[in-house]
Structure formats: C-alpha cells, structure tokens
Design a protein around this ligand. Structure first.
Ligand code: CS2
Length: 484
C-alpha cells in the first residue's frame, strides 16, 4: 500500500493509524510477564517476534529495558511501544507491526526493574546484553576484577547492608532485582540468556551467582534453588536500522515509525531448561525445546557466527563493508569454507544436517538486500573469537590436525586490530598495549587476550604467526602495526 504525502498531509505516526499489517487492529496490551534486559534490534526481531506469534500471546507482555542509553526506550515509548518489523528477503519486503513489547524502559531505572522482577506475575527474565557483558575471564570463569563488575560487587554489598547505590551493569541490576523478588515472596522464575555464548544459561548462572555472593544473607543460595537458567541458541540476522529503512516504512506503510527493525525471513530458537513459573507457547511460532542443546549451539556458533567473524575481519582487510560483498570475494569465501570443513568434523550429532545448514547459510549471507555491516560484527572480537574460533581449533589439534582454518580467523583479527583504531572491544586497552609489541610477542599477547591456552601452546603461536598478511596483499607495506 504505497501512499503519497505532502506538507498538507504529513505522514501520520504509527500509533495513530489502525494497524493493518497484521490484518487486525492492535490487540489490547498483554500484561507484563516477561522482563527483558537489552532492548535492541535483535530482541525486537527475535524474542518479541516469537512472543507475538505464540498461541497465547495475549497473556504475555514484555517490559524491555535498555542497556547503556535511554534512547531506544524513549523512541519506542513515544509510539506506544509498537514498531514495524520489515522482513527483507532477496525478492522484496513484507511488513508487520509488533505489539508484544508493552513497556519500554530506560535501563538506568533500576527501581522499575526491581518492582517488575519482584511481581508475582513475572515469570521470565530474558537477556540480550552482549557476550562481553557476562564479565568472564578468558577461561570462561566469573571475573570479579572486570571494572563494571568490581564496582557492582561493591555497590551490591553496600545496598545489602542498608547503604545507597545503584548497580551499573545489567547483571548487577538483575541481582538487585532478584534480591527484591526473594523479599517479596514471588517465588521461582526463569532467566533466559539469548546471547551468542556456548552454554549461555550456565554462563549466566555463574555470573549472577558471582555477583550475588556480594549481597550475602543467603541470596546466592536462594537463586540456586529458585532461579532456573535456561540455555538457548538464537538466530536471526538483524543489521542496525538505517535512515533509509525508516523512510521506506513511511513510504510503503503510510505511517511514521522511528524504530522499525529490518531482518531476514529466517529465524530459529532452540531452548533447553525449566520454566518454573510458566512460559508463552513459543513452540507455536517454531521454537524448539530440547534436552541437549550443545550440538545446536555449536552448529550455530561455529558455522554462522564463526564464518561471520572471518568475513568481518578478512572482508574489511580486503576492502569490503557488508557480508554479502565479502562472501562474493573468492578469498573470503575459501576461508569460510575451510573453516566450515574443520568445524564439520566436530558436528556429528544426529539431525544436524551440516551440508544443508551450510547451503542455507550461503543463501542467507548472499541476500544482498540485507546490508549487514562487517564493522558491526567485528565488535568485541576477544569475546566472540573465544566462542567461535578456539573450540574448533582445539578440537582439530586434539584430532591431530593443524587447525589452520580456525587459526586463520584469529590471524585475520590480529591483522584487523593492527590496521584500525576504530574497533570496539572490552579489552581495547589491552589490545592496544599488545599491538605496541613486536613480532611473535605481539601475536602471543593478542592470543592470550582471547584465551590463555592459545598463547601457552608454542605450536599455535607459530601457526598463527605464519598467517598474518593473508588478506592484505601489500602486507609488507602495512605489516608494521600502527601506534595507538
Ligand atoms: C553476528 C551475530 O554480530 C555478530 O557477531 O555474528 O549478531 C549474528 O548476526 C546473529 O547471531 C545471527 O543470528
């Protein structure tokens, strides 16, 4: 339904027009029974979509809190939390208004978070807080020394003994809210991590219990007995929204939406764990509940996310900006296929159908209408490579092979951080310090930031050291790391 608007007839706001794209008027807002931390595009294209499509959607509303900034909550609040999901296939776009988010709140509003988590009706807390926000050491353990975490440990112990203060990290805030739930007697609930980490439920449990120890008075024990940590594998490619996307929605839908989300038609959600206070019938929307999530998790983290990281670093070194463009470059494509061959040796569980999954990935990545920026994927390399390159490299070496395909992902990252200052990483300062070193020391220091085990194996260091420069044809000219 294409519409023309003029100065006399400006485009109306989304929440002021009848919502036609679901073929019905907006449903009454569902009551809040899910609290979400990390209101971003991915939550809106994935968990909010599944909740809207659950058979009992009318009973499950989401209150979503932002992370660092209030902007996304303010923009959504101004349009009654409704937004347009643009499903972008190679052949065209389709539009749907999503209404499952019923409250959008600034993450800094910790008292609202506490009130909602302490409410009896709340059954689930979902998380998309990024891999880096779990504050883990390179070996995957809880790290009390991470700056935000250290501050929160102090704040939580102060508040527990009657002092003032507000935790700053999402998990610090969650621990405070769980303490309030215990006090209110509202009973058990499920925490569902939707971040790209292996065993993300277990990782979330470790991080929450680590922080809860600072509270004392048996909070960690209460969490251990009452909070279920569900592991999930989540999948839906969702690039950041652009001004052109906003203009397209106005043009095609005839209303103004400040916060549309553009995503691919494909989506997948595999979950494992208990929901002691109930859950939406997400299976109606295609979610799958399994006992053993590890094979699915590994398939997704290695094949999809791993190849994304190769394309992000190698692709940018080769002058590409988006996934489809990098994949069309034979050199990047070969690196992806070589890594997939290695990963496939360790994806042997029944039903994984790796060849079909690889083909589907080539089709999904090749959808050039999805402008998935490599710079977006390149962020937080130290944390991501730990999940994406290291397990395959280690498994290959344990099987007596070199692991050169996985090592190339690490080498591309090592080159990438040498050629740009423009990257985001929780260990940014440490990367810059390592970059100032020379030759083998530099490679070893960078590998150590990803995983201590890599740096301590001289054969791995030697292997990775031989690879830099592969994606930079003029490596000789650019080999010297830039000074930061
Ligand atoms: C990407 C993921 O940014 C990244 O690191 O690999 O966000 C990826 O697009 C999603 O996991 C797809 O489900």
């Amino acid at each position: 339904m294409k519409t023309t608007h003029s100065a006399d007839h400006p485009v109306p706001a989304l929440n002021s027009v009848p919502v036609l794209h679901r073929g019905l008027k907006p449903l009454p807002k569902a009551p809040v029974r899910i609290v979400h931390l990390g209101l971003g595009a991915f939550h809106r294209s994935h968990q909010a979509w599944y909740t809207q499509h659950a058979g009992d959607a009318g009973e499950w509303g989401i209150a979503a809190f932002t992370g660092r900034r209030p902007d996304a909550a303010e923009a959504l609040f101004a349009q009654d939390c409704l937004y347009t999901l643009v499903e972008r296939s190679a052949g065209g776009d389709s539009f749907e208004v999503i209404g499952s988010i019923v409250e959008a709140v600034d993450g800094a509003d910790v008292s609202s978070l506490c009130a909602l988590v302490a409410a009896k009706e709340t059954a689930i807390v979902t998380l998309t807080i990024t891999e880096a926000a779990y504050g883990l050491t390179a070996d995957g353990m809880f790290d009390p020394g991470v700056p935000g975490v250290a501050d929160d440990l102090y704040t939580l112990s102060e508040v527990a003994s009657g002092g003032a203060g507000v935790p700053g990290t999402p998990l610090g805030r969650l621990v405070l809210a769980l303490a309030r739930r215990r006090d209110s007697g509202a009973g058990p609930l499920a925490v569902v991590s939707c971040d790209n980490l292996s065993a993300n439920g277990e990782v979330a449990r470790r991080a929450v219990l680590g922080l809860a120890a600072a509270w004392g008075s048996g909070l960690a024990e209460w969490i251990g007995a009452n909070v279920s940590f569900v592991s999930t594998s989540v999948d839906r490619i969702t690039p950041s929204t652009t001004e052109a996307d906003i203009a397209e929605v106005a043009e095609q839908c005839g209303y103004r939406d400040s916060s549309p989300v553009v995503t691919e038609p494909f989506r997948n959600w595999v979950l494992s764990g208990a929901f002691p206070a109930g859950r939406p019938r997400w299976e109606d929307a295609g979610a799958v509940f399994v006992n053993d999530i590890e094979p699915y998790e590994n398939r997704k983290l290695w094949l999809l996310n791993g190849s994304h990281s190769i394309l992000a670093y190698a692709g940018q070194l080769r002058g590409h900006a988006a996934v489809a463009q990098a994949l069309a470059d034979p050199m990047c494509r070969k690196a992806v296929e070589d890594f997939w061959d290695e990963a496939a040796h360790h994806l042997t569980a029944a039903g994984l159908d790796v060849p079909q999954y690889r083909q589907a990935l080539l089709d999904r990545f090749g959808n050039a209408r999805i402008a998935h920026r490599l710079a977006q994927i390149a962020a937080d390399g130290t944390t991501k490579l730990r999940m994406r390159a290291v397990p395959v490299l280690m498994a290959e070496r344990a099987a007596g092979r070199t692991g050169a395909g996985s090592a190339l992902m690490l080498a591309a990252w090592i080159d990438y951080v040498a050629t740009t200052n423009d990257f985001q990483d929780p260990l940014r300062l440490e990367i810059q310090a390592a970059n100032a070193l020379k030759g083998e020391d530099r490679v070893e220091a960078l590998l150590r930031l990803v995983s201590a085990g890599l740096a301590e194996d001289p054969q791995i260091v030697a292997l990775v050291r031989r690879l830099p420069g592969v994606f930079t044809p003029n490596a000789a000219a650019t080999a010297a790391p830039i000074r930061h």
